[in-house]
Design a protein around this ligand. Structure first.
Ligand code: HEM
Length: 413
């Protein structure tokens, strides 16, 4: 592909894995939206879409954009890593990599098992899991919020939904973390094989789970998935395993990151935290504004199925496109004062943090439920929660996700 990189273009400055960009990507994208809203990134070998209007246009155009590709960072994987990944026992594809019309069959099955109504029935269970973690935390007086709450909580929820033995939660979480890091991160060649083996272990685990549940159905999401597929052109064992792997990956990292970023924002401005403590009914609005301003899934990728024009820029057939959800959410043309946090906006700002169109996040209701319950309980049971002074919050090396990797907090018992 011949690309003219000589003109002034944010693409030449864009380095999503650099320390500077990870610490604060927003100023860069604000400038990009003004100067070159659609640009080519030589580092990424992809076109980057930064404004709301074009982001929506790409996400709803299934005729010309596909999700069927291996990984946005596949070109960085070593031959050894690719060989290990090639041993995957799962041959089916999960919906996140399927285009319509095949996608439609999978979504119909999965949305029955994770519908908003069904998710609402999980509230008591989710509340118990969160309560348990806070009970353990309370006497300690200080902790890393990420390792002691934000990471285990979504793991407990998804593990409990899938009815995994609790002893398995830590390794399932570690495998999923390895897989996500390898698929979306910048991993040095020597560290890749271990992560690829972790990904493989997760695949064997979910495949075994589906096979066991097929023998004996239970009262869990895996069994529901198998039951729900009964009257469709059935979901095969492979497809069910691919779907479960995706539920574990999708339901886990994102929720961890956004719990961290929400608590960081609230504790960085004492008035905000006190508002949440005294008016817990405002928590849903706080969550939506945080998702808009600092959603954990910062972008998603598509592949152009033909030459296509986006925002006046011609994107070649076969090119990868990074749709910057986080930038689109702050686009002034879509959301006035888009760079500013304000959960009292009227009407509340719409955001793309759960995606848009056919691939809209199936776990959005569950994620909102988890966040609301976590914040309600933290505010009620640890009202003196505060940031440990003089800390630097690290952000991991991920192309598609962003959130605090560590967040030191303290409280009075
Ligand atoms: C705050 C937390 C979450 C965020 C920000 C988030 C974000 C997203 C986004 C942006 C997409 C669309 C990807 C695309 O268009 O390429 C997506 C898809 C998806 N998410 Fe989530 N997600 C979250 C939580 C969850 C949870 C808890 C689950 C399940 C337990 C889940 C399951 C899924 C699934 C299955 C898809 C694929 C849907 C499809 O491709 O048709 N997500 N999510």
């Amino acid at each position: 592909m011949q690309v003219d990189t000589t003109r002034r273009d944010p693409g030449n400055e864009y380095d999503p894995f650099s320390e500077e960009h990870r610490a604060d990507p927003h100023a860069f994208f604000e400038r990009a939206r003004g100067e070159a809203p659609v640009f080519y990134s030589p580092v990424l070998e992809a076109w980057v879409v930064t404004r709301h209007q074009e982001a929506v246009a790409v996400l709803k155009d299934h005729e010309r954009f596909s999700v069927a590709f291996h990984s946005a960072v596949a070109s960085r994987h070593t031959p050894e890593t690719l060989a290990i990944l090639g041993e995957s026992p799962i041959t089916g594809r999960a919906l996140v990599r399927l285009d319509p019309p095949e996608l439609t069959r999978h979504r119909k099955i999965l949305s029955r098992t994770l519908s908003a109504q069904r998710t609402a029935t999980l509230e008591a269970r989710v509340r118990r899991l969160s309560m348990r973690l806070i009970d353990d935390l309370r006497p300690l007086g200080r902790a890393d919020f990420v390792t002691s709450f934000a990471r285990p909580f979504p793991g407990l929820v998804i593990g409990s939904l899938l009815d995994l033995p609790e002893a398995d939660f830590p390794r399932v979480a570690a495998w999923s973390g390895a897989r996500t890091a390898l698929m979306y991160g910048e991993v040095p060649p020597e560290e890749q094989p271990a992560l690829a083996r972790g990904s493989l272990a997760l695949e064997h685990y979910v495949l075994d789970l589906v096979e066991r549940r097929r023998q004996e159905l239970g009262d869990d999401l895996t069994s529901d998935l198998i039951r729900a597929s009964g009257d469709e052109a059935a979901m095969t064992t492979m497809e069910a395993a691919a779907t479960l792997r995706m539920l574990i990956d999708g339901g886990y990292q994102t929720t961890t990151l956004v719990l961290g970023s929400t608590v960081l924002r609230l504790l960085s401005d004492r008035r905000l935290w006190e508002e949440v403590v005294t008016h817990p009914d405002r928590i849903p609005a706080v969550i939506e504004e945080e998702l808009r301003l600092d959603g954990p899934a910062t972008s998603t990728m598509r592949r152009a199925k033909q030459r296509v024009e986006v925002g006046g820029v011609s994107i070649p057939d076969g090119a990868l496109v990074q749709v910057m959800l986080s930038s689109a959410n702050r686009d002034e043309a879509h959301c006035p004062n888009g760079e500013t946090y304000d959960h009292t906006r009227e009407p509340a700002a719409q955001h793309l943090s759960f995606g848009f169109g056919a691939h809209f996040c199936i776990g959005a209701s569950l994620a909102r439920l988890e966040m609301r319950i976590a914040l309600e309980q933290l505010a009620e049971r640890l009202p003196s929660l505060r940031l440990t002074p003089a800390q630097t919050v690290p952000y991991g090396k991920s192309l598609l996700m962003r959130g605090p990797g560590r967040l030191l907090v303290e409280w009075d018992d």
